[in-house]
Design a protein around this ligand. Sequence first.
Ligand code: COA
Length: 333
Amino acid sequence: MSFSTDQSVIISGVGSYAPPRILTNVELSQMVETSDEWIRTRTGIRERRIAGPEESTSDLAAKAAAEALRDSGLTAGDIGLLVIGTVTPDMPFPNTACFVQQKLGLGKIPSFDVEAACSGFLYTMEIARSLMLVNGYKHALVIGAEKLSSITNWEDRTTCVLFGDGAGAVVLSLVDEPDIGIIRTIMGADGTEANILCVPGGGSASPSTVETIERSMHYIHMQGNQVFKIAVRVMCQSALDILEKAGLAAEDVALVIPHQANNRIIEALAQRLGIGMERFKINLDRYGNTSAASIPIALDEAWRNGRIRSGDLVLFVAFGGGLTWAASLVKWH
Ligand SMILES: CC(C)(COP(=O)(O)OP(=O)(O)OC[C@H]1O[C@@H](n2cnc3c(N)ncnc32)[C@H](O)[C@@H]1OP(=O)(O)O)[C@@H](O)C(=O)NCCC(=O)NCCS
């Protein structure tokens, strides 16, 4: 969707933060019945980062956002809007963005969270872009941040090997130039599959009680096989759809930054698009699946390692609980 033909929203700064504590597959194999070999061959993950007990999602988010601000050359006073994608808010309310606003010393700007699970960063970026074009905010902070270790059942080998903690952030800036930056985004959701990946307890449907806790309902529950099949389908479809809508071809894409859930899902996407794996940014081996943080952490690494140049077309594609999906095409300024 485009509101004006002579303005665009560009990514003017990128940053990320991952807690220093590394949890390896070997350590996990001492906690549950699994092995480094099983985790690596089924997912591609070797290790993940785990936040300390004193670190909340807003702490991770604030550190990533401070990096992005530095990278953009702007200061806290320049930011007019703050949006965070997360499924692990510090508290049910107030929203995590309000804590981040305070930690970064931002102005009294609109600050809110978006909950679209692993598609959260792309949903968030599109909401911020739209608000900037409609309301004229010059600069916005968009963050994906998760402390998934706080909702992971460390006794369930089918889920605990997959997830990690971290945060990534971008500064978005409004520019008086057409067709640059975020040139198109598509988003979708299929609520009929809501129950195959969820945290069933602790919300208004099943408020926390001794019983919900005893039944581990406050942790991630997932039908891995089902999620896998749908993920491959919607990731491929979203990528093909956005290219078609933008009138572009897979060959035009310089770099694909997919949600980092599973190597096999990304390989299927590469095959379907006919794009070699060398044009994919992959770092899930070191972070696992960090949900809304996964794409901006990968973007930050790609940017810092010189994998993105001016004029490059970057394709982002994600899927997650909901089930939600999204894709964005960014023409780097
Ligand atoms: C979770 C996932 C890696 C499992 O891989 P899979 O090939 O589908 O494996 P299955 O679930 O069929 O399980 C195969 C066997 O391995 C076992 N297994 C599951 N987790 C295991 C682990 N960590 N270590 C060892 N064995 C494990 C299962 O119990 C099952 O054993 P069984 O055949 O005796 O019943 C895969 O389904 C996946 O990645 N799904 C998508 C998850 C995802 O991306 N979620 C986030 C979405 S944003």
